[in-house]
Design a protein around this ligand. Structure first.
Ligand SMILES: Nc1ncnc2c1ncn2[C@@H]1O[C@H](COP(=O)(O)OP(=O)(O)OP(=O)(O)O)[C@@H](O)[C@H]1O
Ligand SMILES: [Mg+2]
Length: 363
C-alpha cells in the first residue's frame, strides 16, 4: 500500500490545458474520488497516475518514490475503466486469472486468489461463462475481479459503473465501498456523478476546467462549499441562487432582495463586517433548507406556488418570489397547489453567501 502525492501537476495536449497545477495527497488506504463534469481533466489525471499519459509538468509520488518516468507495468496499479475490455473468448475464470497466469503464478495460488475475489464480488457461480453471457453489472464485477487478484498497491477506477442502470449503480456503489474497505487498498475513483462521490469516498477532489476547486470530506464539501461553482455542482436537487445586496439596517446587516430582506447575524455577520468588498453577494440555499407553509402573512418570505412534484418520500415545490424561482423540498403531505400563496422560511444557519465577482463563499 502507498500514499499518492500529486505535486503541482500539469497536463497539456498541444494548447489545451487539461490539468492545471494540481496538488492532491491521497493517504494510504484512502478512498479518494475525483469529481467533476465532462472535460474537467479527471481521466487525464488518472491516466498520468497510471503512466498512460505523459506528465507535462510537476511530480507524482507513490510513497516517497517519484514515479514520473516509471513504466505502467512497474507501477503496481490496477485500472478499471467504463468499458471493461474483457477477453470475449475467455471464461470469467480465465479473464480474472489472466494476469496471474502471465506472471507464472502456481495453480494453487491462482485458485485461491480467484476464489477470494469472486466470493467478495459474488460471482463465484459465473466462472465458466463467457462475457457475452453476462449482464452489464456482472461484466463490471469481472473487470473489478481482474483488478483485485493483482493485489496492486493502488486502484485507479475511471467511471466504472457510469453506464449501468440507476438501481444497479446504487447497488454497486455499496459493493465497491465494502470491497475497498475490506481490501484496504488505496483507491482513486473518477466520476462525474456527485452521488457516487458523496456516498463512497473518504475525501473528494472537486475539479472544474482543469482546476482543483475543493478537496475535503463529503460532508465538508456539501456543508461548506468553498465557492459558488462547487455549491451548484454538488447536491441534488441543486442549490438555489439569488442575487442580493448587503445593507446595514439599524446596525444589523441584511441580505436585501427586491422581495425580501433577511438579517445576517452572529458569526456570519462578523465575517461580512470583516470584508470591505461585500455589497453585492449571491445567496445560496439548498431546497431542503427552506421551510414552506401555505397562506399569507407572518414574517416569512411571501411566495406563490408554481408547481408541485410529488416524489413519493418527498415533495418538490417550485415557488415564485417576485421574479425569482426557488425550489423547495418538503414533506409529501404538503397541501399547497399551483397558484396558492405560500411563505418561505430560509434556514439561515445553513445558507451561504458568495462574492458575486469571485464566486468565493463568505460562509
Ligand atoms: N488525447 C487528447 N488530445 C487532446 N485533447 C485531449 C486529449 N484527451 C483529453 N483531451 C482534452 O483535455 C480535457 C480534459 O479531458 P479528460 O478526458 O481528462 O476529461 P474528463 O474529466 O475525464 O471528461 P469525461 O467526464 O468526459 O470523461 C478536455 O478538454 C479534452 O478535450
Ligand atoms: Mg473521462
Amino acid at each position: 500500500m502507498a500514499s499518492v502525492t500529486i505535486d503541482h501537476v500539469w497536463k497539456y495536449y498541444g494548447k489545451t490545458e487539461a490539468v492545471k497545477d494540481l496538488n492532491l495527497k491521497c493517504a494510504d488506504g484512502e478512498f479518494l474520488s475525483v469529481l467533476g463534469p465532462s472535460g474537467c481533466g479527471k481521466s487525464s489525471t488518472l491516466r498520468m497516475l497510471a503512466g498512460l499519459e505523459h506528465i507535462s509538468a510537476g511530480d507524482i509520488r507513490f510513497g516517497e518514490r517519484r514515479i514520473n518516468d516509471l513504466p505502467p507495468k512497474d507501477r503496481d496499479i490496477a485500472m478499471v475503466f467504463e468499458n471493461y475490455a474483457l477477453y470475449p473468448h475467455k471464461t470469467v475464470r480465465e479473464n480474472i486469472a489472466n494476469s496471474l497466469m502471465l506472471r507464472g503464478a502456481s495453480r494453487a495460488t491462482i485458485e485461491q486468489k480467484v476464489k477470494k475475489a469472486t466470493e467478495l464480488l459474488q460471482i463465484g457461480h459465473l466462472l465458466q461463462r463467457k462475457p457475452q453471457e453476462l449482464s452489464g453489472g456482472q461484466k463490471q464485477r469481472v473487470a473489478i475481479g481482474r483488478a483485485i487478484v493483482r493485489e496492486p498497491q493502488l486502484f485507479l477506477f475511471d467511471e466504472p459503473i457510469a453506464h449501468l442502470d440507476a438501481k444497479l449503480r446504487a447497488h454497486m456503489r455499496g459493493e465497491l465501498k465494502i470491497m475497498q474497505r475490506e481490501l484496504g487498498t488505496t483507491m482513486i475513483y473518477v466520476t462525474h456523478d456527485q452521488l457516487e462521490a458523496l456516498s463512497m469516498a473518504d475525501r473528494i477532489a472537486v475539479m472544474h476546467e482543469g482546476v482543483l476547486q475543493q478537496f475535503g470530506t463529503p460532508q465538508e464539501i456539501y456543508d461548506h462549499p468553498v465557492n459558488e461553482w462547487v455549491a451548484g455542482f454538488v447536491g441534488e436537487p441543486p442549490m438555489n441562487f439569488v442575487d442580493c445586496l448587503i445593507e446595514d439596517r439599524g446596525g444589523v446587516l441584511h441580505a436585501v432582495h427586491p422581495s425580501f430582506a433577511v438579517p445576517v447575524t452572529g458569526s456570519q455577520e462578523a465575517i461580512l463586517r470583516d470584508s470591505a468588498h461585500r455589497a453585492e453577494v449571491r445567496m445560496g440555499i439548498r431546497p431542503d433548507q427552506i421551510g414552506i407553509v401555505t397562506g399569507d402573512g407572518g414574517d416569512a418570505v411571501a411566495a406563490q406556488i408554481l408547481l408541485t412534484e410529488p416524489l413519493g418520500g418527498d415533495m418538490l415545490v417550485d415557488a415564485a418570489v417576485g421574479q425569482e424561482k426557488f425550489l423547495v423540498k418538503t414533506k409529501p403531505d404538503f397541501q399547497g397547489r399551483r397558484g396558492d400563496a405560500c411563505r418561505l422560511a430560509f434556514d439561515t444557519g445553513r445558507w451561504h453567501l458568495f462574492d458575486r465577482d469571485t464566486g468565493l463563499a463568505y460562509f
